[in-house]
Every structure is written in structure tokens, then in C-alpha cells.
Design a protein around this ligand. Sequence first.
Ligand code: DAH
Length: 343
Amino acid sequence: MIKIHMELKKLEITARKDIKSAKNLKDLDDIFKKYLGKKGELTLILRSLKNLPIKERKTQGKIANQIKKDLELIIQEQKHKLQASSFKIQDTGFDITVPGKKQDLGHLHPLTLVRRKVEEIFQSMGFSVVEGPEVESEWYNFDALNIPKEHPARDLWDTFYLKQKKLLLRTHTSPVQIRYMEKNQPPLRIIVPGRVFRHEATDAGHEVNFYHIEGLMIDKKGKVSVANFKAIIGEFFKRFFEKEIKIRLRPSYFPFTEPSFEIDINCVNCLGKGCSVCAQTGWVETLGAGMVHPNVLKAVGLNPKFWQGFAFGVGMDRLAIMKYKIQDIRLFYGGDLRFLQQF
Ligand code: DAH
């Protein structure tokens, strides 16, 4: 029994030495085989234990197994060390000791940020978010909105026509007013964010494709007034720009509203004092709106004697330009990371 014990101790000491001095993975593999392989020294001792009386077998077995575990562990450690240094020595171009590169994280486009903010504000005031198709018929984009064929107002919304008969790229998200009212009875409150198109020359303020948000609120006659509209839109601007914003209504013209108005807000840049953004006036035009024209209600089968409401339309790009003080609308669609990464 003492003999085996001594043998094991000796074996452990030399094995440890051998492992530590292994210079490469091949050496290490040979050392593994020498001690722990099928015919390895330790393996043979372990096998021979079965010839011992049971008591001895137990104590010696315990010691031998512990040594086996320890050797396996330090072989693993040595293996990792050798692997690490062999990468460097062979200069494979891959140095595992160099600190890792940070992955760039993507983020939301400024127009998506604006869209989500607008949706959140209006949803909190009871409006549902509704969408509609980008390819529209003349009926939804024009006729049902009280813009008959040959009406000069169609010039304002020049667009791209598809080869198929009377289909076009929508010029505003106003057609969704019609689509929604055809399927849903008032009272109703919706906003319609979405992509729109215009046949236009591009410049800092114009693009052939941009984003709109349409709003619509209809209720029984006498229940929704211009005053309601002013309060709702005032609350929207305050929460959107996160500051007190003054608004004013100016008379205007849209075929689908009567009366129609344009909404100006206090210039967010100079807070109304006058600067280059607002051409020294202190006011910036932001939104078109009005009380829904009786002909629009009739187009969806609602009787204007019983129902009334307001509608508005605002450019999402315009909102983003004001919120983030951007100089050129084309930046939104250029895909230039130097611009996008600022948000
Ligand atoms: N559709 C208009 C545009 O394309 C925006 C607009 C103005 C929408 C007045 C409305 C409205 O609903 O009442 O510029």
C-alpha cells in the first residue's frame, strides 16, 4: 500500500513538471497520453487498484482519482495558455489579446421619432391611429374631398399617375378620412400618419415624397367646434415641443373644409422675437385645417344637418425640421449617417 502511495506521489510531481514545461500543443498531447492515455502511467495504476483488498482500494482509489482530476485541470490550463500564445507567435493576423470592437447600435430615424411622439400625444386625447394605401384612386384623393375634375385646386396637388386607369400616388393622407368614414359611424377621432407624394422640383423645403399626418374629429352638430380644435391643437404643440407655444388661426382655403384656416405657431427658434427662421415675423406656418365641408360628409353618406367636425393636415417633415432645427428636408431621405447619427 505504501508502495502505491509513493508511486502516485512521484508520478504526480513529475507529471506536473512535464505539463508546465510543455512548449507546444503537440508536447502537451504526448504528455497527456503518457500519463492519462489508455496505456498511461496513471491509467495503469488506476487499473491495477482492482487487485487490492477492498479497504485499500478505496483509499488509494480516492487519491489516484484526485490526482487524475488535478492533472486534467492543469493540462487544460496549459492548453489555453499555449493556444493564446501560439496565435500571437504565428501572427495569423488575429490577436486575441486586442480589446474588442464595439458594435454600432442602430436607432430610430428622426421621422419615426416624430411620428411616434405625435401618435402618443393624440392617442392620449382619444384619437385612434389609422392608415391607408399610398396608391389611391382619383375619387378618394380628389373627388370625395370636394375637388372635382378640372377644379383649379387640383394643381396644388400635382402627382404621379399610374398607367392603370385613374390610379395615382396620394398627395395627402386626407383620403383616409373618406375611407374611414365609409366604414365607421361617428362620433370619431382619428389621426392618419403616412407617406405622401408630389410632382415637384426638390429644394431645401420640398421633396417628391414626404410624410403627412391628417386629423379628423366628427361628432353631433354643435358638439365639435373651432374652439375644440384650437384647444386640441394647442395642447398638441405644447406637448410636442415641450414648451408653451402660442398659436394663431388665419383664414385660408381648402376645398374640403369650410371655413378653412392656416395655423401659425410662435417660432420655436426665437420664441416669437423674430429671427431668420421665421423671416423676422415671430410666426411659422405649420398646419392647414378647417371645419369639414358638407360635401365631404355627403360623399360618405353623412347628413351635414346632424354631423359636423374639424380636420387638419400637417407635414411630419415640417414638424421634425422645427423640433430638431434641420435646414434641409432632403437630409431625411439621403441616408447620410453623419446626419442620422445625430439623433
Ligand atoms: N391635405 C392638405 C395638404 O395636402 C392638408 C390639410 C389641410 C388637411 C386642411 C386637412 C385640412 O384635413 O382641413 O396640404
